[in-house]
Ligand binder design. Sequence first.
Ligand code: SF4
Length: 319
Amino acid sequence: MYVFGPVPSRRLGTSLGIDLVKHKTCSLDCIYCECGETTDLTVKRRSFFPVEDVLNEIDHTLSQRPYLDYITFSGSGEPTLSKDIGRVIDYLNSHYPEYKTALLTNSTLLTDESLRDEILPLDLIIPSINAVTEDIFQKMNKPHRDVGTSTIIKGLLEFRKSYKGMFWIELFIVPNINDNNDEIEKIKEICLQLSPDKIQLNTLDRPAPHNNSIKAASWESLSKIKEILAPLPVEITTSVIPGNEKDGREDNQALVLKKIKQILSRRPSTVDDLSESLGLRIVEINKYLRLLENEKILLFKDGARGRFYYVESNVIEEL
Ligand code: SF4
């Protein structure tokens, strides 16, 4: 299976994932990786799956016209290691121009000119920069021997010269490794040169599967880093806010509710339609519909395929 979701994502709204590499193939072996340890540490681009199979699966999913904010290249490793990414981006743009495309990348392969050309048509790219000092990078991201911070920065600066889409940077913070002021100042210097539309400041949301000793940065620490990075536009994207009643689950619930309202204000939908669009189980969709009923904004009419729910479009103005 190469296509997953749609899933509600804190960073990208409703996102359909496309996974073009085999688990777990990457040019890094980050100590915090949520996908587990890298078993194939490589910088060699190749085809992992027959591209026709990937395109067929995309057709199957998109023929149902799901509501999506982005189609996102991400998944079991570093997506740019797939030699097919350019072909899949072109296919999406020519066959499904109504959908926006995004890429999450560790930025390690951007010195490759042909790759840079392949990903230029993306609507959004989110490269990560977590360190400028080589020792910190080695400790945190355990790269392939051919990768270093200077190659990453060189590739990013080169790419930025020609890329015209939205450009956000992910900065992932691991306490006591890359959160010291000196390192943040160095990262800021590079970010100023890259002029991102946004920096997403992130930390661990859940235990790293292969490293229990990694902890999340505190909200206070992230806020301090945000201040250092000013005037760069920074958004703290971690879901857990220590010391605050609000946690990731509540954030996620609010996001799903918002998505359901958006869908229902545009298009009356059955429970099945919503389940398919959002990749959630029927029982969960019913739970959200009950919440909308309590808000007294849920309307319905019965049709050939069952009960169609909708909300008035003015509800959307309150979102
Ligand atoms: S770059 Fe991403 S996929 Fe690769 S090891 Fe790091 S976090 Fe995991």
